[in-house]
Design a protein around this ligand. Structure first.
Ligand SMILES: Nc1ncnc2c1ncn2[C@@H]1O[C@H](COP(=O)(O)OP(=O)(O)OP(=O)(O)O)[C@@H](O)[C@H]1O
Ligand SMILES: [Mg+2]
Length: 219
């Protein structure tokens, strides 16, 4: 059996002054699969994504990438691996205001020294923003910024894509376009994709769904 691409093993997490925000979350996601994470506000979805991406260390339990635990990696090792292997779409999308749309999308590929303008443009086209490639973030709508952040997360062809409500500020048509793009890329490029969403209908397009409630998988 091949190693599962992305695995959570009995993850518990608490912050200073909070009770347990995650209480024993386990699942394994193979390469090429899309997992939708549903659950009410405060149930621990963003926290789970941060742990899966190695942005925070669980209080107990383990995250495995390609069958290997992240525990024991130094911060420096982790950030190097993250830059290469993980595409993050944060709930609050941060674009650099001094870079135009195309430059924002290209940025992660510059860090890895693999500038790929053709892919950046292809992704901008897929999210419907190629004609805004030279526009600056302050001239983009919230949804356009969100779609730019998604293209940026995908530019390095990451093995893992972790998307926190990537369709939150999009209308129905663009939400479907973005969700479909993530599903297609997962299947085509064999990425393991985790999408947090509040949209039950979109979640049905994923290969698997988990529901979080009070830090536990209830389904
Ligand atoms: N840095 C932090 N310090 C203290 N508590 C935190 C921190 N981050 C999150 N929490 C708390 O942990 C719980 C889970 O937060 P989380 O952001 O994971 O929820 P969520 O499911 O993503 O919610 P939403 O749907 O509103 O985005 C919440 O009660 C939140 O207040
Ligand atoms: Mg959240």
């Amino acid at each position: 059996m091949t190693a599962c691409s992305l695995e959570a093993k009995r993850l518990f997490h608490s912050f200073a002054g909070t009770g347990e925000v995650l209480r024993g979350v386990s699942f394994a996601l193979e390469a090429g699969c899309v997992l939708a994470v549903l659950g009410p506000s405060g149930s621990g979805k963003s926290t789970l994504l941060h742990l899966l991406g190695g942005l925070a260390t669980p209080t107990s339990g383990q995250v495995l990438w390609g069958g290997q635990t992240l525990a024991g990696n130094s911060q420096e090792q982790l950030s190097k691996r993250r830059a290469k292997e993980v595409g993050f779409v944060f709930q609050h999308h941060y674009l650099l205001e001094d870079l135009n749309t195309l430059e924002n999308v290209l940025l992660p590929s510059l860090i890895g020294n693999q500038k790929d303008e053709a892919r950046a443009k292809l992704l901008l086209e897929r999210v419907g923003l190629l004609e805004r490639a030279k526009a600056y973030p302050k001239t983009l709508s919230g949804g356009e910024r969100q779609r730019t952040a998604l293209a940026r997360a995908l530019v390095t062809k990451p093995q893992f894509v972790l998307a926190d409500e990537p369709t939150g500020s999009l209308d129905k048509k663009n939400a479907e376009l973005v969700f479909t793009l993530l599903v297609e890329l997962a299947h085509l490029e064999q990425a393991a994709v985790v999408i947090v969403t509040h949209d039950e209908n979109l979640a049905q397009k994923a290969d698997r769904i988990i529901r979080l409630e009070d830090g536990m998988i209830v389904e």
